[in-house]
Design a protein around this ligand. Structure first.
Ligand SMILES: Nc1ncnc2c1ncn2[C@@H]1O[C@H](COP(=O)(O)OP(=O)(O)OP(=O)(O)O)[C@@H](O)[C@H]1O
Ligand SMILES: [Mg+2]
Length: 408
């Protein structure tokens, strides 16, 4: 188990469920998960956006309470994953003249501040600035330019924005639940921290987290994110199709999808059946697994076609050199990898969240793709550098500003 007392709590506020993870982290940034809570988010979110603050706050409280009970710890501060179809990313570039002989920390801060100067509509807020590589007097690809002789310093950044109202609702749900937002990270980036390897991020990779209400997409090149998008599509669409076409109640449609769902009908024999009930009457009935697969398949194909379009729209598709990494709860659909390879016309692997150390009694659950965002939030904020960035960004002050601007 990781030595040290520092605790870190992650909140993944998803359309289907709110997941809390409590981790104990060591000084070297490794961590051990000691608590987990999952609570149904009953209609609190639509397509990743909070539409019912009180319902979401209740789910947050339930989820945290479960994690606290398992870990025997109490938490007050949380790190939160942010998603929603209003999330956008903008590539920006900063250039400054270095004042001294060599690059100092202040120059790095200055060039980043310069890159952050963009025109934003009044209703949008910068959620995070992901820092890419530096260019020192024309020499590109520098990770840490401090101490280098330099006259002209440049940096590439990815600025992530979302509507202020959406951010405010999410923040309010966490606050109403009784917790303090210590830092936020966009879910697409959090999931990438959980499932991508550094080598993949360097040579160029796309991560797609298909959840319940949204699909979060991130593209990385040279070790840094260069594109983030959120599509309002996910497993909920599939459950709704099953319910409507097969006349099964929604909760039952969700159960049979997870238990018998398959996206290769041709692999399923005609004789495979499952017991279920009829919508309205709840009368018992038997249905074919093959029929279930024929309902699910076109919808997952549609979602993947939209993912493909989004990757093309990003104009970064040509930099994706390694496998596309699929994760999120819906990545557990049987045979989704084959269908994704056919649709995306690229090799695909399923991303399982990476855990540093065995987490007693929790490992089985935590190695499922549905935990990618929550594990990624822990991983992201366990990294000391990210902690410093969160502190430097002064979350409290920034949030106060957002609210002040919002109410003005
Ligand atoms: N074994 C499974 N087979 C198919 N689908 C599954 C399976 N397990 C979970 N899912 C689906 O995964 C989805 C939930 O995934 P996840 O927990 O990543 O979503 P979320 O984070 O709550 O929502 P979002 O990120 O979209 O806001 C649900 O639609 C659920 O039905
Ligand atoms: Mg999610």
């Amino acid at each position: 188990m990781a030595k040290g007392n520092a605790m870190i709590a992650a909140l993944d506020i998803g359309t289907k469920s709110v997941t809390t993870l409590i981790a104990q982290k060591s000084d070297d940034g490794t961590f051990s998960i000691i608590g987990k809570g999952v609570a149904d988010n009953n209609n609190g979110l639509i397509a990743g956006d909070v539409v019912d603050v009180q319902a979401t706050a209740a789910a947050i409280r339930d989820s945290v309470a479960e994690a606290e009970q398992i870990s025997s710890k109490r938490i007050k501060k949380v790190y939160v994953g942010i998603s929603g179809e209003g999330v956008r990313s903008i590539n920006s570039h900063g250039v400054i003249q270095v004042r001294g002989q060599e690059v100092a920390k202040t120059d790095m801060n200055r060039v980043i501040e310069q890159a952050k100067i963009i025109t934003l509509p009044d209703d949008r807020e910068i959620i995070s600035v992901e820092i890419g590589k530096y260019t020192v007097d024309g020499k590109a690809g520098i990770v840490n330019p401090i101490g280098m002789a330099c006259r002209r310093l440049e940096v590439d950044v990815l600025i992530i924005t979302m509507p202020k109202t959406m951010f405010r609702n999410l923040y309010k749900a966490v606050e109403d639940a009784g917790f303090f937002v210590n830092g936020v990270v966009v879910s697409a980036i959090a999931s990438s921290w959980a499932v991508l390897e550094d080598d993949e991020k360097n040579i160029g990779v796309a991560m797609v987290d298909i959840g319940d209400g949204v699909a979060d997409i991130a593209i990385y090149q040279n070790g840094a994110p260069v594109y983030v998008a959120v599509m309002p599509m996910g497993g909920k669409f599939i459950t709704d199709d099953i319910s409507k076409v097969m006349k099964i109640p929604p909760a039952e449609a969700e159960r049979v999808k997870c238990k018998y769902g398959n996206v290769r009908p041709e692999y399923v024999s005609d004789s495979e059946v499952f017991d279920t009930v009829v919508i309205g009457t709840n009368a018992p009935t038997t249905k074919k697994v093959k029929q279930l697969a024929t309902v699910i398949t076109p919808r997952i194909e549609e979602i993947l076609i939209e993912v493909k379009k989004k990757l093309m729209e990003s104009q970064k598709e040509n930099i994706i050199q390694s496998d596309i990494v699929l994760t999120g709860g819906s990545a557990q659909l049987k045979n989704i990898q084959c269908v994704a390879e056919d649709t995306l016309e690229q090799t695909v692997r399923i991303g399982i969240p990476k855990i540093d150390e065995p987490s007693i009694g929790l490992n089985d659950v935590l190695t499922s793709p549905g935990f990618a965002t929550a594990v990624g939030i822990i991983r992201h904020f366990s990294c000391r550098k990210q902690m410093e960035i969160a502190k430097r960004n002064g979350w409290l002050a920034r949030v106060a500003d957002i609210f002040r601007n919002f109410f003005e």
